[in-house]
Design a protein around this ligand. Structure first.
Ligand code: ZN
Length: 155
């Protein structure tokens, strides 16, 4: 966690920072990983602690990276994550440059993997209200199996 995110967390809560929310783990394997992360208290998506993720970075710039999701949702043909390289938790933390980076990474993945269609989703803010497991902002780029429905839980 960098200095600015420490300051943000103290400002928001005044107590130890939550980095993950085990309540929304999808499956036992993921729950165990999240519990281990929670015990250490370090954000798993911040660059200095990005060791739990199972897949390589496919494309990045100075602000964001694109990778496959370690824990893809049911009925996904493709499930990518686009993860900020700076710890952010709120939609209002996103700048125009952030949105431009995300757009370029989505465009790249769309061409590279010949994605015919899909969806982009982002949870933000207090995980008790979102269903996110990791507090650090990350977009999901999801392509469903044709004829199947991917459920993206919120809350
Ligand atoms: Zn982080």
């Amino acid at each position: 966690m960098d200095k600015s995110s420490e300051n943000t967390s103290k400002r928001k809560s005044g107590k130890a920072k939550r980095v993950v929310n085990t309540r929304f783990a999808k499956g036992q394997g993921y729950l165990e990983v999240l519990e281990s992360i929670e015990a250490k208290g370090k954000c798993p998506f911040c660059p200095d602690n990005f060791k739990y993720h199972k897949h390589p970075t496919l494309k990045d710039d100075d602000k964001w990276l694109l990778t496959r999701c370690s824990w893809p949702y049911k009925n996904t043909k493709e499930h990518f994550l686009i993860i900020s390289k700076i710890h952010k938790e709120y939609f209002s933390d996103l700048s125009n440059d952030d949105m431009k980076s995300v757009r370029l990474l989505v465009d790249w993945a769309t061409k590279e993997f010949d994605l015919k269609g899909g969806a982009i989703a982002l949870r933000f803010g207090d995980t008790e209200h979102t269903g996110a497991t990791v507090c650090h902002l990350h977009f999901h780029l999801i392509v469903p199996e044709v004829g199947k429905t991917v459920n993206f839980p919120i809350g």
